[in-house]
Every structure is written in C-alpha cells, then in structure tokens.
Design a protein around this ligand. Structure first.
Ligand SMILES: C[S@@+](CC[C@H](N)C(=O)[O-])C[C@H]1O[C@@H](n2cnc3c(N)ncnc32)[C@H](O)[C@@H]1O
Length: 378
C-alpha cells in the first residue's frame, strides 16, 4: 500500500512548510479518509506531529483536532492548517519586504537593525558551538521583531519559518547529522533565509484551496492529559502514527529550535513516549512494559472519546531494544483488544521498502511498519 504512493508529490499546499521526522504521506491519510470519512466529520490525530492529518482534514472540510507534546510540532501544525485572512497575508508580506536583504551584507533596507547591546541573545548550553556569533545576533534580532506581533496567527506562521531555518543557519551538518562543521555563514544569512522561506509560504497559501479552509484545532501537551478534556463519543474517526519505541527522539531533533523559541526541552524529554532517554537506562523488559503502559492509557482514552463503530487507523513501526526487535503489530493488537477495539486489517511492509523514512539508518534496519485498522465496538 505505502509503496503505491511512492511517486506522488508530498509537499503540495502547506505540506512542505517544515521538515519533521516520520511525517505521514498525505496520500495515505487521504486513502483512509476516502474509506471511512465524509465532510463534516470530526477527526482526531492524537500524535499529530507536523500536522499532515490536520491539513488534509481541513482540506476535506472536516473538523480536525490534533495533539502533540512537542511545542515545535504545535507551531508547525497550526501554521500549516490555519486560515489566513487577506489582511494577515498583507501584514506578513510587508514584514518580509522590510527585511529585504541589501547589497552590502548585513544591511537591510527598512528593517530596524538594533545595536548589539540592545539585543539579548538567549543563553543555552553550547550555543557558540552550534551558532556563529553573527548568526546568533541576527536570530535574536529577528525573534525580537516577531515577538512584537500580537496577532497569534501571524506570529505563529513567522515562528514556523524561524524554526525552519534554524538548522540551515546553524553549524549543524544537516537535518539528520548532529555534528558541527564550519560553515562560515556570511552576515545576512538569517534574514535572507527567513524571507525566502516566508515568500515560499505565501506562494503555497496563494491557492484556491486556501480560501475554503477553516482552522484545525491544535493542542500542545501530553495526549493522555489533553484527551481527558474531551467528552465521550466526540470523534468520528481517528488516524495517527504514534511515537515508535527507541527510534526517534523528537525533543532532540528540535532541541536547538526549542532553545531559540524559548521552550524548555526537559519536560518534553520526560514525557515523550518511546525516546532513547526514557529507554537507555532500562532493561528490555522494563522499557517495553513502560511503553505499553503509556500506550494502553492513551488507547483507553481514545476509545472513550471515539464514537461507537468508528474506525481508528494506526501506522506504527517496529522498534529494537537491546538488539531485540519488538513486533509492534502484536503489541497494538494486545492493547487494543483490551480497549473495545477489534482488528479489521493489518498491512505490514519492510521499512526499507518505503520512502517515508527520515533517516536511512532507521529505514535499513530489519523492521516492519504496520498499518492497522481498528473498529471501536464499545
Ligand atoms: C510519528 S510522529 C507523528 C508524525 C505525524 N504523523 C506527521 O505527519 O508529522 C509522533 C509524535 O508523537 C509525539 N509524542 C510523543 N510522546 C507524546 C506524548 N506523550 N503526548 C503527545 N505527543 C507525543 C512526538 O512529539 C511526535 O511528534
């Protein structure tokens, strides 16, 4: 199934706004919308990440709700699935035209460049290892300017662009290589990367699709805690890709971005399900049990907030702890059968056959990815 969508474009509309590990392919989401949803439905992605489900949800005229623990995921999901008024678009366009990079590096047309003494650069561990001084100054200046906006929609879109450029303007080798290398970034790199990014965003938003969509509802926090606020039988359909065990560390991936945007990564690290930090110090048995316990709690809540006879599609990959592969389809089956769900279908493929993987090391491991369709029989 996943192999079928290999050649289709995955960055249309706002889908290309920001990189994100283990992103959904929009066509997969649509395949299940076509099978189980209709316009007007209220749908949930309880681990929405960069908001692929939410974008497709609003484009398909559904009320889309997403939850994610990571504040960067929250910013990206909102930026991608919000409606922007023409006034908001004009304000954003004006903002970037003020920044227009000048001919001389570091000089920007009408942008009020403040003296270094008036800019407070955030102090976080190893900042000078990861960011050149000129880059840090420009980032701090830009962040200060964005903070001045009161309109939450505008501010959030600009934060999303700010977050997108962080790795490029840092000394980090690439999105997936966490080593520092000398890049000799010239003055002006931050502001020019930022204006390019925002210009691309505006171009993506300038489509017929944009005029029809409504905002998705995005929540930032622990899924189990947030779901408690929803009444029973609220959702018509659920689709998600939960965190895999011992595979990605989303808090780590976004750590520099969180520093720059003023977030503390430590509470995220603590609550993020499946990450290495939570698993490394434990035995296979304990790590697996802890993961199952977190997911069981959440599945129980998902079952409660879902309508009777509604469908729930979960895409999940196997994990390896202490050299032993954990077959996640079996884990999910065990959890779900204790929480009113019956298994309608399981499709499994080798991860090395997909293009969805963010990281080759991850995709080449002997692991499978399972697409599991569940029905709520409560
Ligand atoms: C596989 S990713 C989702 C990717 C998403 N489908 C997309 O298209 O971008 C899993 C997500 O689960 C989130 N997560 C991990 N633990 C969480 C928790 N306790 N509560 C809420 N979200 C959590 C991570 O931050 C990550 O964004």
């Amino acid at each position: 199934m996943i192999a079928d969508i290999k050649d289709k474009r995955t960055t249309y509309y706002t889908h290309g706004f920001h990189p994100y590990p283990a992103k959904f392919t929009p066509q997969i989401v649509n395949r299940f919308f076509n099978l189980y949803c209709k316009s007007g439905f209220t749908i949930l992605d309880p681990f929405c990440g960069s908001g692929t489900t939410l974008v497709e949800g609003v484009l398909n005229k559904m009320s889309a709700v997403g939850i994610d623990l990571n504040p960067i995921a929250y910013i990206i999901s909102r930026a991608k699935s919000s409606h922007y008024s023409s006034n908001e678009i004009d304000t954003i366009r004006n903002f970037i035209s003020e920044i227009q990079p000048g001919i001389k590096v570091g000089l920007f047309a009408n942008f009020n460049i403040l003296p270094k003494s008036e800019i407070s650069i955030p102090n976080f561990p190893n900042r000078s290892h990861w960011f050149q001084e000129n880059v840090s100054y420009e980032l701090a200046l830009l962040k200060k300017k964005i903070d001045e906006y009161e309109n939450p929609n505008i501010k959030n879109l600009l934060y999303c662009a700010f977050s997108k450029i962080i790795v490029k303007v840092s000394n980090q080798d690439s999105e997936v290589r966490y080593t520092a290398k000398e890049k000799n970034h010239p003055d002006g790199i931050v502001l020019s990367s930022f204006t390019d990014t925002v210009s691309n965003y505006l171009q993506a938003l300038n489509t017929d699709k944009h005029t029809i969509i409504d905002n998705a509802e995005v929540h930032n926090g622990d899924t189990y805690e947030i779901l408690k606020n929803f009444s029973a039988n609220h959702f018509d359909f659920v689709i998600t890709s939960p965190p895999y065990i011992n595979t990605f560390d989303y808090y780590l991936y976004h750590k520099q971005r969180m520093f720059w945007l003023g977030y503390d990564h430590r509470p995220v690290r603590k609550k993020e399900i499946g990450n290495h930090h939570r698993i490394d110090t434990k035995t296979f048995k304990v790590a697996k049990a802890e993961y199952i316990q977190s997911m069981t709690q959440i599945m129980k809540e998902i079952s409660r907030v879902s309508k009777p006879n509604s469908y729930f599609v979960m895409i999940i990959g196997d994990g390896i702890v202490e050299g032993t592969t954990i077959d996640m389809s079996q884990v999910v089956v065990d959890i779900c059968e204790n929480n009113n769900y019956t298994i309608e279908q399981i499709e499994s493929i080798n991860l090395s056959d997909t293009t969805r993987s963010f990281n080759k090391k991850f995709s080449n491991a002997p692991k499978k990815e399972h697409t599991i369709t569940l029905k709520n029989n409560k």
